[in-house]
Design a protein around this ligand. Structure first.
Ligand code: AP5
Length: 185
């Protein structure tokens, strides 16, 4: 059983680290970014609504994202847990998540906060080259993170759920740090 959130700025390694944690713990990664990109690629109504915000590095509206998460967390493969990657991203989303997990009787065990400085984040994202990895969008994603998502560090710290992890070094080194943090929960 593992019920965690990976919290961190764009490029901090949430997706990269989720991939190995999925193998370690046998629980699904739930990435709102991946779900949204797949809706955009399939040109669904939801994808068409989300695309402009994603291209600009803004948050997609809560009604879209919360609806997706609600549906995903009600699927049976999440019964033994989940790794949330990229959700929640605002206090409103965090409050909805608390309610949703309360209803399901599956409260969060911890929130891993991947800490990486801005220069390293920009270098990683510029090197990757995803559709939203151009300079203007990266700048806006980092600023949206700082304004809307970073306050969740204090939100989860107050609830005793926050585990800070240095997100620099090799992927394996960071993975080992996360495993250490999870060993204590
Ligand atoms: P999302 O897909 O969540 O993007 P993001 O948060 O900007 O995160 P990234 O995928 O860029 O970074 P990551 O932390 O996963 O790092 P990664 O492992 O990929 O969201 C995209 C958009 O969707 C948002 O802007 C928004 O519009 C919308 N959205 C999503 N969720 C939403 C929500 N809840 N509410 C509203 N809107 C939402 O690594 C990045 C790069 O670094 C890779 O190339 C990787 O290979 C490399 N890397 C990883 N680790 C290391 C390392 N240790 N050393 C060197 N390089 C590394």
């Amino acid at each position: 059983m593992l019920k965690i959130v990976l919290l961190g700025a764009p490029g901090s390694g949430k997706g990269t680290q989720s991939a190995t944690l999925v193998e370690d713990y046998g629980v699904p990664q739930i990435s709102t970014g991946d779900l949204l990109r797949s809706a955009v690629a399939d040109q669904t109504d939801l994808g068409k609504k989300a695309k402009a915000a994603m291209d600009a590095g803004e948050l997609v509206s809560d009604d879209i994202v919360v609806g997706m998460i609600h549906e995903r967390l009600n699927q049976p493969d999440t019964e033994n847990g989940f790794i949330l990657d990229g959700f929640p991203r605002s206090q409103a989303q965090a409050e909805v998540l608390d309610e949703l997990l309360d209803d399901l009787g599956r409260p969060l065990q911890c929130v891993i906060h991947l800490q990486v400085d801005n220069e390293e984040l920009v270098n990683r994202l510029m090197a990757r080259g995803r559709a939203d990895d151009n300079e203007d969008t990266i700048r806006n994603r980092l600023s949206v993170y700082q304004d809307q998502t970073e306050p969740l560090v204090a939100y989860y710290e107050q609830r005793g759920l926050l585990k800070p992890v240095a997100g620099v070094g090799t992927v394996d080194q960071i993975h080992a740090r996360i495993k250490d943090a999870l060993a204590g929960i």
